[in-house]
Design a protein around this ligand. Sequence first.
Ligand code: ADP
Ligand code: ZN
Length: 215
Amino acid sequence: MNIILLGPPGAGKGTQAHHLVATRDMIQLSTGDMLREAKDSGTEMGKRVAEVMARGELVTDEIVIGLIREKLECGKGGGFIFDGFPRTLPQADALGQLLSECGETLDAVIEMQVDDEALVDRITARSTCSNCGEVYNDNTKPIPADGVCTKCGEAHEFTRRADDNEEALRNRLMEYYKKTSPLVGYYYAKDMLSRINGLGSVKDVQGSIAAILDR
Ligand code: ADP
Ligand code: ZN
């Protein structure tokens, strides 16, 4: 089963994708994570994308489609979770093409709906374990007082993403509404769209997603 998690920055796509990987043998393909890896590896492409990302703008379709093409191994695991991809109509077309080359289909597109105010609150309070990527939140899941990550059990730095500031976030939201939200109509027309409330607790949202996957 192959699914897309669709939603604005901070909607909780990564958190839900991690849960699906842990419970359903699915494979998460996050273009945001891939781009941050490219950035950290210091390659020429990494340097080019770092600035674009820090401003909160979208990286070119060519680059992200290339990354997905590289990582998409046909017939592996319990299916793919596309997280942060596609973000534009050309990316959506490319994904359809890549899946059909694998003889695979897209089974569900889950739109996680969260209002803007909650997004700003979530994102400006967010930090990540630099060792394992576990996400913390100043309000709902603070960094442990002893500085030891609850997921990997190590005392590493907890970092804030370069694009998790108010100005970059405004750009990310604008990019979402201009370029990504048309995908809602695109997948609705293909009869693949399910919409869920992303504002509940992590567990509530897990339940809403499970109900779609198991129906
Ligand atoms: P968010 O929390 O904003 O959803 P991601 O980690 O998915 O963040 O992505 C971070 C940044 O990486 C985006 O703001 C954008 O610059 C770039 N990016 C990620 N995925 C894509 C994509 N599919 N197309 C273009 N740019 C992308
Ligand atoms: Zn950790």
